[in-house]
Design a protein around this ligand. Structure first.
Ligand SMILES: Cc1cc2nc3c(=O)[nH]c(=O)nc-3n(C[C@H](O)[C@H](O)[C@H](O)COP(=O)(O)OP(=O)(O)OC[C@H]3O[C@@H](n4cnc5c(N)ncnc54)[C@H](O)[C@@H]3O)c2cc1C
Length: 310
């Protein structure tokens, strides 16, 4: 409950226009703990550095909630160029994206622009052994994102596209069951948005129990599972679960955020698990940065100290 109050307070304060304006002009130095840089070259260098420790990358150009087709198409062009640059640098173009940034909800030529742009990215990435993961955003977008995921799996195959399920939503176990026929590649997360009680669990213990159920069910179904969490308890339980059920190490991976628990990322890789870091880059860093601060009180202290000294 205290966690929820803290999270709600931070996300509400972060949404205040005056706070946003100060943070955008003065906060970049702090955001660099979580964001690899502004340019594609920065993220490519970050992936190369992580690869030295046996850690792969999820490449994320920051951008979301776009409301014009031109902006969405420009965003998609930047991602296409990232695919080309990653492939030229010998890095797997494993892209992760928010469909709201690609124009989800805007109709152009009778088709949802988010879906059209996702197809363009997949067509460019697939020949290079790439992958496209559709991030999950706030709850009004879940239905459309899952429907578009289904379309993309049917067109490109489940080895090339994945999506995310959030354990805090009441609906998620049913969503998992409904996706079963796709043999889905799923990233399981707890959920990062401010959601009302009517749609999302508020109690941490309930969210954690739901998280474990989702991961175990997707693994038992034989589907590729991305265990995206920094929670030691969950990670340890997943390690025991896969051992007890004979689930091979190439059927799952641990995914963590760039700049969070680097020690744990290295340790998991050194133990022989597949590990991938979610690496954001770009100019639109503020919403992402706010969600990271909201996840942990000590991150807020780090911001306050950075802004005001001490
Ligand atoms: C690879 C990846 C992809 C994600 N994609 C999505 C998505 O598509 N949609 C979505 O809604 N959410 C996404 N998330 C965010 C997720 O929903 C959670 O908000 C976030 O992962 C924190 O939850 P946790 O599982 O790490 O556990 P928590 O219970 O929040 O944290 C467990 C422990 O991890 C550490 N920790 C957690 N967060 C931080 C942080 N920001 N800074 C420092 N330490 C921290 C702390 O030690 C904490 O005690 C993603 C997370 C990851 C790792």
């Amino acid at each position: 409950m205290i966690d929820q109050i803290y999270r709600k307070t931070v996300l509400t304060v972060a949404g205040n226009k005056a706070v946003e304006s100060v943070m955008r002009s003065r906060g970049w130095g702090l955001a660099q703990r979580f964001v690899a840089g502004h340019q594609a070259d920065d993220i490519i260098q970050a992936v190369k550095d992580l690869q030295k420790d046996g850690i792969g990358g999820l490449l994320d150009l920051l951008g979301e909630f776009v409301d014009s087709p031109d902006t969405a198409n420009a965003f998609a062009e930047q991602i296409l160029s990232l695919v080309d640059q990653a492939a030229a640098a010998g890095i797997q173009p494993y892209i992760t994206v928010k469909l709201s940034g690609l124009g989800q909800g805007l109709t152009v030529d009778g088709e949802d622009l988010g879906l059209t742009n996702a197809r363009r990215i997949l067509s460019r990435a697939k020949p290079h052994g790439g992958f496209l993961a559709l991030d999950m955003e706030d709850h009004p977008r879940v239905d459309v994102t899952l429907a578009q995921f289904r379309r993309l799996v049917e067109e490109f195959g489940h080895h090339y596209v994945g999506t995310v399920l959030q354990s805090y939503l009441h609906r998620t176990e049913k969503d998992l069951a409904d996706l079963a026929d796709l043999k889905p590649n799923l990233r399981i997360v707890k959920g990062a948005y401010l959601e009302p009680e009517s749609v999302a669990m508020q109690d941490k213990a309930d969210i954690n129990a739901s998280y474990r159920r989702l991961v175990y069910a997707n693994l038992k179904a034989g589907n590729y599972t991305n265990v995206a969490s920094h929670d030691d308890g969950i990670i340890d339980d997943v390690k025991m679960f896969v051992l007890a059920h004979g689930i091979p190490r190439d059927q799952f991976e641990f995914q963590l955020l760039y700049g969070v628990r680097r020690d744990l990322q290295k340790q998991l890789a050194s133990e022989g698990y597949r590990v991938r870091a979610y690496i954001p880059y770009g100019d639109d860093w503020y919403p992402y940065f706010s969600r990271r601060i909201a996840e942990r009180p000590s991150n807020a202290l780090f911001v306050l100290r950075g802004m005001f000294g001490g």
